[in-house]
Write a protein that binds this ligand. Structure first.
Ligand code: 2AM
Length: 184
């Protein structure tokens, strides 16, 4: 392996059936860019550009993570804003499974042990559905009102994934590098 850098993150991937179900949440909305279905995931930890050394430490740490299988509910829509501007339409859980929090804590602790910084941002478990840079607030508010009752997905999570983010031909693509099983 060379010394090249890779942009990495840890995520729970959504099963194909859920990604398929979520397609019905899409509708034309001026200024809204929907995330391609195959890219939908829930980030556990963004790692950024990692060189060979960092990847080796990462791999050791992730092998040591112990956490239980969990159930991921996806039943709540919301938006994030940045500096007063809408940025993201997200799908998350009304009530987050405690085991998801335990998994996040176990990952952060294992990474800290091998020299990664603490994750300073408060963790908000979510799946990014769309980028909203040019959407009117009223449009997204009425979209959320209309759709909220229709999202009731949930699925068992038996592993988490180390993902690589690639950019080519003007598009972002995610590739699974490795899977880490959770305890049953
Ligand atoms: P987002 O979807 O909410 O933007 C891969 O880029 C994943 O890592 C995305 O799910 C992204 O979250 C998340 N992520 C977290 N922090 C990031 C950052 N500083 N830069 C890019 N992506 C980040």
């Amino acid at each position: 392996m060379g010394c090249d850098r890779e942009r990495l993150f840890l995520a729970i991937q959504l099963p194909e059936s859920i990604r398929h179900n979520l397609l019905r949440l899409r509708e034309e909305m001026s200024g809204c860019r929907w995330v391609p279905a195959k890219n939908l995931h829930l980030t556990l930890r963004f790692l950024g550009d990692c060189d060979y050394n960092k990847r080796a430490r990462l791999s050791d740490a992730l092998q040591s993570v112990r956490a239980r299988e969990l159930k991921l509910g996806l039943n709540k829509l919301g938006v994030f804003s940045k500096r007063g501007q809408l940025s993201v339409l997200w799908l998350g859980a009304e009530q987050v499974d405690e085991r998801l929090v335990d998994l996040k804590v176990a990952i952060d602790e294992a990474l800290f042990q091998v020299g990664f910084d603490k994750d300073h941002r408060p963790y908000k478990a979510h799946v990014t559905l769309a980028r909203l840079r040019h959407v009117k607030r009223g449009d997204i508010e009425s979209y959320i009102r209309n759709k909220s009752e229709t999202v009731k997905e949930s699925f068992p999570v038996r592993f988490f994934s180390l993902m690589r983010s690639l950019f080519s031909e003007g598009a972002v693509r995610y590739e699974e590098v490795c899977r880490y099983p959770l305890d049953g």
